[in-house]
Design a protein around this ligand. Structure first.
Ligand code: PLP
Length: 385
């Protein structure tokens, strides 16, 4: 009954794992990548107020023009980029929908898309569903989980159409230095490749500079910039995001969106508008808070003997569990059963995630502390030799 396209993709390694713990009690979850706090009150209030005023209709397929204008102002303020809100910005149901639309809008069957391994689970899935071929390029802890232009070049073929990057990165917390992105930009320009840049974590960086890929010289015309509200404004449940790209690409994405989604929910669009207009301070406070948790978690892992790359952005730590001799799946499963701590096996994000686990630190400090106590006990009990 099921199409070959869908049969080709595996269920998300994140969700699959979390189905296991639904009926377990006393579990500390470092699993799902979402803030542990509710959306700031003034943002919720803006949505409530819009409902009170009877704003319950469809919006334009592209999204409320007022919101597109605000996204355009934001991108200019942050990165000096100029996008026409009428033709170059589309409001989507999260970055998730934007990624799907981007892949379907640009790929023909058999087109190859290069992406880092490990990377966010939906990148290869969206490419496969669009009948493209994901080409995963290895990154490593030694290289700070950064993808290089040289390794991308080695993996180019006559079928390569695009590159997907996503920094600050899920699951590693890596941020690409500007120069390394500039090298990729040079390659993209000379090989005429499109770059889909998922910048959903752009605001969550801990003293490290985030470079917006589209802001590199010449790159705005070759980049599909994806941005969202889920992470920085604690708005995962609102399902709202956007894409900014050349008019031709946005028109193609809008064509799919108008038949399959119609528009993003109006109340979420009203909330996003408030977030962009008056949410800067919330983001600053959240970043300070996450930074405290980040330091605690990374220090904790290193002291347990799980060597941990210092995450520079997003809200994940990606410690190595190689010293235990277990596979990532084994480690995550045993840890859940024996100590009731939920983490995601690194392999959910690609084969280079073997030997690692992803732990989200958007979790209360006392829960992180308790998780570290349990994990220390677990690692001590399973230490090799
Ligand atoms: N991109 C990355 C890198 C993510 O980590 C996530 C969620 O975990 C998403 C996109 C999905 O974002 P949204 O909630 O906007 O669909």
């Amino acid at each position: 009954m099921i199409s070959r396209r869908v049969q080709q993709i595996a269920p998300s390694g994140i969700r699959k794992f979390f189905d296991l713990l639904i009926n377990m009690e006393g579990v500390i979850s470092l699993g799902v990548g979402e803030p542990d706090i509710a959306t700031p009150w003034h943002i919720r209030e803006a949505a409530i107020y819009s409902l009170e005023r009877g704003k319950t209709m469809y919006t334009s397929n592209s999204g409320l023009l007022e919101l597109r204008r605000e996204v355009s102002r934001y991108l200019e303020r942050e990165y000096g980029l100029k996008y026409n809100p009428e033709t170059e910005i589309l409001i989507t149901v999260g970055v998730s929908e934007a990624m799907d639309l981007a892949a379907r809008a640009i790929l023909n069957p058999g087109d190859e898309v290069i992406m880092p391994d490990p990377c966010y689970v939906s990148y290869p899935a969206c490419v496969t569903l669009a009948e493209g071929r994901p080409v995963m390029v290895a990154t490593s802890q030694e290289d700070s989980f950064e993808i290089s232009a040289a390794t991308i070049e080695e993996n180019l073929s006559q079928h390569t159409k695009a590159i997907i990057i996503g920094y600050p990165a899920n699951p590693t917390g890596a941020i690409m230095p500007r120069q390394k992105l500039a090298d990729i930009a040079e390659l993209a320009e000379c090989r005429n490749l499109l770059v889909i840049s998922d910048e959903i974590y752009a605001k969550l960086s801990y003293g490290f500079e985030h470079t917006c890929f589209a802001s590199l010289p010449g790159m705005q015309r070759q980049t599909i910039l994806l941005g969202g509200f889920s992470k920085a404004y604690a708005m995962t449940g609102w399902r709202i995001g956007y894409a900014a790209a050349p008019a031709e690409v946005i028109a193609a994405m809008t064509k799919i969106h108008q038949y399959t989604m119609l528009c993003a929910p109006i109340m979420s669009q009203m909330a996003a508008l408030e977030a962009l207009k008056a949410g800067d301070e919330d983001v600053v406070n959240m970043v300070e808070d996450y930074n405290r948790r980040r330091r605690l978690m990374v220090k904790g892992f290193n002291s347990i003997g799980l060597s941990c790359f210092e995450p520079k952005g997003a809200f994940y730590a990606f410690p190595s569990i190689k010293s235990t001799g277990m596979t990532s799946e084994e480690f995550a499963e045993k840890l859940l059963i024996e100590e009731r701590v939920a983490v995601v096996p690194g392999t959910a994000f690609g084969s280079c995630g073997e030997g690692y686990i992803r732990c989200c630190y958007a979790t209360a400090l006392n829960e992180i502390e308790e998780a570290l106590v349990r994990m220390r006990r677990f690692v001590d009990a399973h230490r090799k030799g």
